[in-house]
Design a protein around this ligand. Structure first.
Ligand SMILES: Nc1ncnc2c1ncn2[C@@H]1O[C@H](COP(=O)(O)OP(=O)(O)O)[C@@H](O)[C@H]1O
Ligand SMILES: CC(=O)N[C@@H](CCC(=O)OP(=O)(O)O)C(=O)O
Length: 298
């Protein structure tokens, strides 16, 4: 008899995953797929395969996508200038129209297509569909460090989810489909609002009581000042890391989203390296995990 160690290793990998399949069957996983991660064709294919695999083992994946760099490229083509405040795009009426066209049109349908090629059935929607997300204008203030005076900043049609009705998500997942959601919402005032994709994903994870909110990014996870990976964090740890300056820039709103999600119904959030092949599968289905897990308590 010949031995096939490679076959045994594969079987062991599947058996290692069994308790996780059992634990998460029937639960929702909200996955935020950022615009920076989409550039690479192979990574995009692997992302779609991972999502289809989650669905195949009985988990309900919900994809929320970004597209910041792609909106920027389209605005540049059209000769429209764009600026950011605290990582949020200042959005006038024309910018909102371009953001909706790029997010709900081009990117949303490209992701639906790659999930279909990986053998899954996806349905592309935005926060506008089925009354999924009602948005309100984001109120943002900024304290001038010299005068200490707090100013109200007008970011235009930048919204935050104020009401989430998950019926359309539940209907789609109940019919075996994978919802792919563009971060666009409509206000009670009838205006279209541009919503940061991390914020949108966090709001959906909380409303769905998701087992996991997964934020794929371009670093290994949350790093300490020496560059070491912090594997487990609580909301209290995050407040401390923010106060001592360990986290900055885009990581601040990302972790704020994680804290808000775990404090309002989502079991745990993970900041994960989207550049690593099949990062999602390693996180969910191995004892080692990957990235940084944010949960209410240890
Ligand atoms: N402590 C930290 N650990 C990891 N990344 C950090 C930290 N502090 C700041 N960052 C920055 O946050 C960035 C991730 O946020 P962002 O660029 O908004 O991601 P994305 O575009 O994927 O949403 C990292 O690339 C890094 O530059
Ligand atoms: C208000 C706001 O900033 N909206 C974002 C929406 C897309 C996004 O968040 O995309 P990434 O995840 O790829 O950065 C924007 O206009 O760029």
């Amino acid at each position: 008899m010949t031995t096939r160690p490679d076959i045994h290793a594969k079987a062991e990998t599947l058996i290692e995953a069994l308790p996780y399949f059992q634990r998460y069957a029937g639960r929702s996983f909200v996955v935020k797929y950022g615009g920076n991660a989409m550039g690479d064709e192979r990574a995009a294919r692997e992302f779609a395969e991972d999502v289809v695999l989650l669905r195949a083992v009985g988990i309900n994946p919900v994809v929320v996508h970004g597209g910041g760099p792609q909106i920027g490229a389209m605005l540049e083509k059209l000769g429209v200038e764009t600026t950011f405040v605290d990582g949020l795009r200042v959005t006038d009426k024309q910018t909102a129209e371009v953001a909706e066209m790029v997010l709900s049109g081009a990117i949303n349908k490209a992701i639906v297509g790659s999930i279909a090629r990986a053998g899954g059935k996806a349905i592309g929607i935005s926060g506008k569909d089925g009354g999924l997300v009602t948005a309100t204008k984001l109120q943002r203030t900024h304290k001038d460090p010299d005068s200490n005076i707090e100013k109200v900043l007008d970011l235009g049609f930048v919204g935050e989810p104020s009401k989430v009705d998950t019926t359309i998500i539940e209907t789609a997942t109940g019919a075996g489909m994978i919802p792919v959601v563009a971060p666009i919402g409509v206000g009670e005032d009838g205006h279209t609002y541009n919503i940061n994709a991390d914020t949108m994903a966090g709001a959906l994870a909380a409303a769905l009581g998701a087992a996991r909110l997964l934020l794929l990014t371009d670093v290994a996870g949350v790093l300490d000042k020496q560059g070491g990976l912090l594997t487990d964090l609580t909301p209290a740890d995050i407040r401390r890391l923010r106060d001592d300056g360990t986290i900055s820039g885009g990581m601040i709103p990302k972790l704020e989203t994680c804290v808000q999600a775990v404090e309002s119904g989502c079991e745990a959030a993970v900041v994960l390296d989207g550049r690593v092949p099949h990062a999602m599968l390693l996180e969910f289905f191995t004892a080692r995990g990957a990235g940084t897990l944010v949960a209410k308590g240890r």
